[in-house]
Design a binder for this molecule. Structure first.
Ligand code: ZN
Length: 477
């Protein structure tokens, strides 16, 4: 029996990952993420192209919102099947979707208020995409699976979750399909075919998490291509860059404010800061992780120590603390967050959001951005249109909470923190397959990035490579 695949997101774009595989009599969704690009956000509201109640399994590669963020909507519309993911992802998805449910409700409230102010009556009442209640209905459907162990979905189809090295709990999927096992006597010879979904592929040698798995055999590969046309800058290592910026900031006598994402980035930074402190490469400083969500995520990391790589295990085994030592304060209540402003001398403040678009980071920027002795340190890409971008590009003043603020603090940026494989890493991963692949589908990349990677893979290996359009489908024989 032939298999079919349809691309329901992350097709010639980076977000909205969702692939629909029909194989061995099963209807399987791989991921169901939120469309986050402004230009494609309306797709979140479109009716789902297939009946959610007809889906047999949802296989989830990892907990990022662009991979899991549409699931509550699907559950509201009738999805009742098991959602399979790793145990750390299960814990992270709960935190991330609960936050997303609150944001959706808040967005709807804000829109209604704006309409009232403008005296507009929209054709339909403004409703959230989904609510916290819808998120609660998702959680009982999630089942944790172990890395490396085949899970039978039926007699013909099984899946193995492999380390993807992207964030804690992230996985690549090997879906194996055996034809003819159900017929008695068997019609022809049983035939096995493997479809590999890369999920998001991490960089090699990142802190805390394992390296991406090199898979040796696949008939079809669905692969991400975020950095398909570029490499990360070849700078000094992240710890060396951090050491330099922090020591200079301490010398200047000011705070170091670091806008950071709650998942993986915040924990990676704590890990590096812990190492630098233990090795006395930076003085012992007060470090605040000022984000209730990042604190919750850090707890998940602490509970899943066994999912971490050998270096992190070694720190734990030697009695070192990865995320919490006497200088570190994990901050939840707003009152404690406000108290940070009263600290004298240098301290390090990690707060969200990573692009300064919302959250507590704005308050810390207000308190530090006009002080010449303070440092604002960026550790990730700041896309145009964000406050982070305004600051990084060297604006002399920026608007925060409706008021113009002079930028007098030192603005620093370090590289190498990306959770994504770059072009060289992606080529390294695809070169890991030992036998020819019948067809590669590139997803999760801007068109330019995906097309360039497709050219490179075609040149290097001679495999047929497709960059599918949104909702296009293919028969896999
Ligand atoms: Zn991701």
């Amino acid at each position: 029996m032939s298999m079919k695949i349809q691309f329901l997101g992350a097709a010639r774009q980076v977000t909205g990952s969702c692939h629909f595989l029909q194989a061995g009599g099963l209807r399987i969704l791989v991921d169901c993420g939120l469309f986050q690009e402004r230009s494609h956000r309306s797709r979140n509201w479109d009716p789902f192209p297939i009946d959610p109640a007809s889906i047999d399994y949802l296989l989830l590669t990892h907990a990022h919102l662009d991979h899991c963020g549409r699931i509550p909507k699907l559950v509201r519309e009738g999805l009742r099947c098991p959602i399979l993911t790793t145990s750390p992802s299960q814990a992270l998805v709960e935190i991330i979707l609960e936050d997303a449910g609150e944001i959706q409700e808040e967005d709807a409230r804000y829109k209604r208020k704006r309409h009232r102010k403008e005296g507009r009556t929209p054709p339909r009442p403004v409703e959230p995409l989904y609510t916290s209640k819808d998120v609660k209905a998702v959680l009982p459907l999630i089942r944790a699976v172990a890395y490396g162990e085949p899970v039978a979905l039926n007699e013909e189809v099984s899946v193995i979750y492999r380390e993807a090295g992207h964030i804690l709990g992230s996985a690549m999927l090997e879906v194996r399909v055996i034809d003819n096992v159900a017929s008695d006597p068997p019609v022809g010879r049983p035939r096995e075919r493997t479809v590999v979904f890369s999920g998001d592929i991490g960089q090699w040698d990142q802190p805390i998490i394992h390296d991406p798995t090199l898979i040796e055999k696949a008939d079809y590969v669905v692969m991400e291509s975020t950095y398909g046309n570029r490499n990360h800058p070849d700078n000094a290592g992240v710890p060396e860059q951090l050491e330099k910026v922090i020591n200079a900031a301490v010398e200047a006598g000011g705070n170091i404010v670091i806008p950071t994402f709650a998942v993986e980035r915040a924990q990676d930074l704590l890990y590096h800061l812990g190492q630098l402190t233990r090795e006395k490469r930076i003085p012992p400083l007060l470090i605040f992780l000022d984000s209730p969500m990042a604190v919750d995520v850090t707890e998940v990391f602490r509970e899943h120590g066994s999912s971490m790589d050998e270096d992190a295990q070694a720190v734990i085994d030697s009695g070192g603390k990865l995320f919490k030592w006497p200088g570190v304060q994990l901050v939840r209540p707003t009152s404690e967050s406000k108290a940070i402003n009263r600290i004298k001398g240098s301290c390090i403040i990690l707060a969200g959001s990573g692009m300064c678009t919302a959250g507590r980071i704005k308050h810390h920027l207000i308190n530090n951005i006009s002080r010449p002795q303070s440092t604002i340190l960026f550790v990730g890409y700041q896309p145009p249109g964000t406050l982070g971008h305004e600051i990084v590009k060297g604006s002399k003043s920026v608007r925060i909470h409706g008021k113009s603020r002079q930028v007098r603090a030192r603005i620093e940026q370090i590289s190498g923190c990306s959770a994504h494989a770059d072009q060289d890493d992606l080529l390294r991963w695809i070169a890991g397959f030992k036998s020819p692949i019948r067809r590669v589908f590139l997803v999760h990349g801007e068109e330019k990035a995906a097309l360039e990677l497709s050219q490179r893979i075609g040149d290097n290996h001679g495999y047929p490579v497709e960059v599918p359009e949104y909702q296009s489908s293919w028969t896999l024989d």
